[in-house]
Design a protein around this ligand. Structure first.
Ligand code: APR
Ligand code: ZN
Ligand code: ZN
Length: 361
């Protein structure tokens, strides 16, 4: 028996999103039906709405979500009805070469629910990132659900499903930030701020936030930056070097996704330091660097894909830290909104004055 629920649908390229009644099928083998409790509004949702990711309209948006499993299909053993779960957009197979070599975040066979959710007239909907959680209920692959402690607020927990995990993971998983390190974070939006939080969790002694917007630097300081640099006013590389006795940072995390900020990251790191690229570039962007500098500076140039996270390992651990008061996820929830306010949240996103608007059901 399928169910009808309310959901946010992007009908066509660039058009405002609207609320619709959609039809959600019962879970088939390997699938779970989740009653969504909260879902954050991410830049990627807007990107889908603008047709920047795929032309497969209509899209069912929303992917930074937490909720309760209502029903599971055959063969599902990892989660059960009643479990409080965080959704993820990379349910890994555990069997491909990447999985077997211990790099499941590069899994070739990530899967989503096989059955389709549809609009009331029967049109198939494309769930953005295979989730589609701006909906009272959504159907996902069971592997997209990770059970965490029920005591966490759904609004905070859901954020681990995407941008906040990307930032924290860039610091703790990809950057391997260690106790006493100096870390610089270039670009302090939601992802950069989460990288700051991750660096702090990992025991960084100094965290230098770099941005071109003083409002962002103020927020960065609130979440844990010990120093701030406005790179519109001061040269970012000079400033980071000055704050590190002329050496540069041990780890520099680039959370903008542009060649000029990547170049800053490259030169703001200490010899043998690490650069982590978590900002996502566009296909036409190119980077030119003197090869001698790549050679001479040593260290590691890494990119971080979804914070190189392993949901089943990282989500419960981070939720535990949150419940112990050691990880302030609530700081990322600027406002909670109703399901019919997603379009308004997109507008606020443009003005850059929110970290996250979160739909609470
Ligand atoms: N130098 C420094 N900071 C910059 C620059 C620049 N040249 N240009 C933009 N910024 C800052 C902005 O002021 C903002 O604070 O980068 C930040 C970007 O933040 P958001 O737009 O909120 O984006 P966010 O959600 O944090 O994602 C950042 O990471 O995962 C990726 O796709 C994501 O590429 C995006 C990036
Ligand atoms: Zn795999
Ligand atoms: Zn996202």
């Amino acid at each position: 028996m399928s169910q009808q629920v309310r959901a946010v649908v992007a009908r066509s390229k660039g058009a405002p999103v609207g609320l619709e009644t959609i039809v959600v099928p019962d879970p088939g083998p390997g699938e779970a039906l989740v009653k969504v409790e909260a879902c954050g509004v991410c830049h990627t949702d807007l990107h889908y709405r603008e047709g920047g990711i795929s032309d497969d309209f209509p899209f069912l948006l929303g992917h930074e979500a937490a909720g309760v499993v209502e029903a599971v299909g055959g063969g599902v053993t990892d989660v059960a009805p009643g479990d409080f779960v965080i959704l993820n957009w990379r349910a890994v197979c555990g069997q491909c070469r990447a999985c077997l070599r211990g790099r499941p975040w590069y899994c070739f066979n990530t899967h989503n629910a096989r059955q389709k959710m549809t609009s009331a007239d029967g049109t198939e909907l494309s769930p953005a990132l295979g989730i589609g959680a701006f909906a009272e209920k959504t159907l996902v692959a069971a592997g997209q659900c990770t059970k965490v402690d029920r005591a966490a607020s759904a609004a905070a927990a859901g954020l681990l499903g995407c941008g906040v995990m990307a930032g924290i993971g860039a610091a703790i998983n990809t950057g391997n930030v260690g106790r006493g390190d100096t870390v610089a974070v270039i670009g302090c939006g939601g992802v950069g701020d989460a990288a700051i939080v991750g660096a702090k969790l990992a025991g960084a002694a100094r965290i230098i936030a770099v941005d071109i917007d003083d409002r962002k630097l103020a927020t960065a300081r609130r979440v844990g930056a010990t120093h701030t640099v406005n790179s519109r006013e001061t040269d970012a590389v000079d400033a980071v070097r000055e704050l590190t006795g002329g050496f540069g940072a041990d780890v520099v995390i680039e959370a903008v996704g542009r060649p000029e900020t990547y170049r800053q990251a490259f030169y703001a790191r200490d010899l043998a330091g690490t650069v982590v690229l978590v900002g996502v570039p566009t296909p036409e962007m190119q980077l030119e660097l003197p090869l001698l500098d790549v050679f001479g500076r040593g260290g590691a140039l890494k990119s971080s894909w979804y914070g190189d996270c392993l949901p089943s390992r990282d989500f419960p651990m981070l939720i535990d830290l949150y419940l112990q008061g050691r990880l302030d996820l609530d700081a990322f929830v600027t406002e909670t909104i109703a399901l019919d306010e997603v379009e308004k949240a997109f507008e606020r996103m443009h003005h850059g004055d929110v970290l996250r608007s979160v739909v609470v059901f």
